[in-house]
Design a protein around this ligand. Structure first.
Ligand code: HEC
Length: 379
């Protein structure tokens, strides 16, 4: 042990006041390379030790700027050089779109690189040991005593003088600590073959596992059940049919459930004779009819069906629906005009569902009745 070079002289104190005073005196005496270990944080210690503010913030700033610059730089290259795409008529270099990505990359690089550099530069990873580990000093300062050590590479260091100095400060025990390593100072281990081999092995194992699970295991039974399905996608061919087309039209005569095809196409008289409004003119049905009439019919027929089109001559004005003709029409005839159209008025079969059409018919009856009230309506 004694052959190994000296790392530091350690001293143990038994009170927080004692260690605070010792730290103050040590920095006052001009020592710069010393450290303090306490079982819990002691207030005012950084001031007593005259510690300079940490430089970790500067690292974080540098990495953050690196993140922002690389994110914006990459997106600039993509949008201007590699793959310029017009998106919604915006300029290629549309910076507001970069803000979220730049922000995320900045935060990511700051966090990850700051932690890595802290571990590597300050904690000297992958060096896992420190000369004071396993010393009696370390055992005491992590339980009930307060310790201070002055390192041998301090410019003012002299073993005998430092021992006397620490004893004078009131130290309980003063003891030298030597390097574990016969060569003295900790060598950087970052480029040692063993460490590099571990890194390479980890990378190989991780990428191997990822590759096998994503490219092999997922394609084995039963993990492929989700992706392999007996179905044809829209444009796929099929050997089942002689023409090889996978997407088949419905069989002739197919009818959607609950919807019979309209049987009176081109037969307005039969429609008027045979169709009966299946809905009752309840408050809800009339409200629905009003809403649909105002949406689909009023642009041409006017809000009150008087034929006062809002289209200002862009489309032939329809006749009023308050004529005796329409008032005497059966419900089925009005329904037929909505469903089948009439001359220039197009069919609304596709826009308006069946029941909504019948509700509109009820609402037209309300409009007609409002223009030609009966005596009984006033009672
Ligand atoms: C694009 C404008 C337009 C829209 C929208 C429109 N119609 Fe018409 N409608 C007309 C025109 C024009 C006529 C006259 C057709 C003709 O010359 O026979 C007409 C005729 C009619 C007739 C027959 C009137 C008659 O005297 O022969 C009825 C009933 C009718 N529409 C109801 C409706 C209903 C109900 C809606 C809403 C679902 C509607 N229309 C939507 C333009 C329109």
């Amino acid at each position: 042990m004694t052959k190994h070079p000296l790392y530091a002289v350690t001293a143990l104190f038994d009170s927080p006041d004692g260690i605070l005073r010792a730290a103050e005196e040590t920095s006052k005496a001009g020592y710069t390379r010393f450290d303090v270990n306490t079982p819990y944080p002691v207030h005012g210690m950084d001031k007593a030790m005259r510690l300079r503010p940490t430089r970790v913030g500067l690292f974080a700033l540098a990495f953050g700027l690196l993140g922002a610059v690389s994110a914006v730089g990459f997106m600039t290259w993509v949008t201007l050089v590699d793959y310029p795409l017009v998106i919604g008529g915006k300029p290629f270099w549309s910076w507001p779109a970069f803000v979220p990505v730049a922000f995320e990359v900045t935060v990511l690089m700051t966090a990850v690189l700051t932690v890595i550099s802290m571990i590597v530069i300050y904690f000297k990873f992958p060096n896992a040991s420190h000369p004071i580990h396993d010393s009696r000093y370390m055992k005491r300062v992590s339980s009930d005593m307060f310790g201070l050590y002055i390192e041998a590479d301090d410019p003012k260091f002299d073993e005998a003088a430092v021992t006397v100095f620490l004893k004078k400060l009131g130290a309980r025990e003063v003891a030298p600590v030597h390097f574990d390593d016969p060569y003295g100072a900790q060598r950087p281990r970052l480029f040692e073959p063993k460490f590099i081999a571990i890194c390479v092995a980890t990378a190989l194992i991780m990428s191997g596992v990822t590759y096998v699970s994503l490219n092999k295991i997922l394609f084995m039974v039963p993990f492929n059940w989700m992706s392999v399905q007996a179905k044809l996608k829209a444009q796929q061919t099929s050997e089942l049919f002689p023409d090889g087309i996978g997407m088949r039209p419905p069989v002739a005569g197919t009818v959607a459930r609950g919807f019979l095809p309209y049987p009176y196409k081109g037969k307005p008289d039969e429609a008027g004779r045979n169709l009966v409004n299946p809905l009752l003119p309840t408050r809800e049905v009339l409200a629905l009819g009003k809403q649909k009439f105002l949406t689909f019919c009023s642009p041409c027929h006017g809000n009150f069906a008087a034929g006062d089109s809002r289209l200002r001559g862009q489309f032939p004005n329809p006749p009023t629906l308050h004529s005796d003709k329409i008032r005497n029409w059966p419900d089925g005839s009005i329904y037929h005009v909505i469903t089948d159209g009439q001359n220039v008025m197009p069919s609304y079969e596709r826009q308006i569902p069946r029941d909504d059409r019948w509700a509109i018919v009820h609402y037209i009856r309300v409009l007609q009745r409002a223009q030609n009230p009966k005596e009984s309506d006033f009672k």
